[in-house]
Ligand binder design. Sequence first.
Ligand code: NG1
Ligand code: ZN
Length: 531
Amino acid sequence: MTQFEEVSKQSSLHPKPVGLVLQYGTAGFRTNAKHLDHVMFRMGLLATLRSKKTEATIAVMVTASHNPEEDNGVKLIDPMGEMVALTWEGYATQLANAEQDDLLTALKDVIKKEAINMSQEATVFVGKDTRSSSASLAQAVLDGVSALGGHSKDYGLVTTPQLHYMVRCQNTQGKYGEATVEGYYNKLCQAFIQLTKNASNCTDDQKHLSVDGANGIGALKVREMESHLKKELHLSLFNDGSEGKLNHQCGADFVKVQQKPPTGMKMNPGERCCSFDGDADRIIYYFTDSDGKFHLLDGDKIATLISTFLKELLKQAHLDLKIAVVQTAYANGSSTHYLENTMKVIVRCTKTGVKHLHHAAQDYDIGVYFESNGHGTVLFSGEAEEKIQQLAENASTDDETKRAALLLQNTINIINQTVGDAISDMLLIEAILAIKGMTVQQWDTIYSDLPNRQLKVKVSDRRMIDTADAERRAVSPAGLQEAIDTLVKKHRQARSFVRPSGTEDIVRVYAEAETQESADALAHEVSLTVY
Ligand code: NG1
Ligand code: ZN
């Protein structure tokens, strides 16, 4: 049987519902799990082609991140662990939407356009989250890979960033680390122990953190990792999946959007807490104070903490490296103001979705990127890594410079540079707080967030809205932006924008203003303009 006959035969076991149209969105395909079997099979095919084209290992992750348990999704991971290239997102959409009889034509079209050598070997890594639908959907991906004669490795239950990490390790012949979950824990935890070993300002009390695992994969993985931390960090795990439902009233997205603690978590005043999302690529910190007031430390505050730490180390190491922070339109205005005017770092704003932030961060020696929702990481250029390494290894470096260089080196090792990673970010934040002897309250007071509100609006066709200027302005439908501008003028220190979500069938409205009442009112008023 020829390759294509095999694809045809296998694909009939993963039939596409006639007329169903899906789009490769902000983070891959995402919808109710019952519509995804054919998409998974076809992404197995596409990943195999991508592997042949790049002559490298590619990965496919089955997850719908922060979406409800009933949903699922899939995304492709490129050779260095980054999101798949944009043109291939287009192929993904074409392949997913081809009716059953047109699948081979769509497949051959990609092969032709990309001039793929079909005799080239292909390897695809596959991972999945804890959703009840994930096992059979991951099997559909594996079926797709084997139908095109590709090799696959099934990593089973892993966080999204763990799978990104595996791909990078594999394609750099182990230079980035060992392509196993155990290798991942070893690298990150060793770096954590190295970073904190001389943190004399850190008391035992401060070595404690409460973690909300969103009843998802992150909870499982924190448990697996714990012994590698050698008691240098004590983690109390809540929402570990034993009782609650995935992302339901818990997790990073819930805490960020609702601006309140997750259910199922025991919180004592002043205690440091964090929440992961459903596939553990986002992290949010928070605490309640002695008056019971809730304080949220989101991705913007995390970016500020990390970039301050890095900037101080660069100064101590006398290293002249260009550092920038990349944000999106959702970044709180106070954070942007603080970064630009007090810290005096370069700030860039990109469209929503880590692929955009990641790309922009690559323009600098050190690029710190975070979405406000806690999705982010730090990228170091090859040259920056080399300079740091030379300094750390040079025998004639003075003590203070050497200390800073070693801290920078271990910071590089603790970070998952492929994509935002809740576990890696958590370890880095905990290390920074320990080294600086900083409490979560002190971290919180670096700047005060402008009150803000996010709303979701259900519309008949969200694609009616088109945006420009990193999504800060609506260019269609006509008159929408003018209406928003008029509303914004009625409030002090106000800003608002709308954009269609790339992961849910809704339009998102964001507003910030001088007071919470004002931000709430503005968000509500703007939401009425998009109906
Ligand atoms: P959409 O649904 O396109 O807004 C959401 C998040 C993104 C990103 C993706 C992927 C917000 C406002 N949007 O995208 O930042 O994380 O999900 O998970 O939080
Ligand atoms: Zn996620």
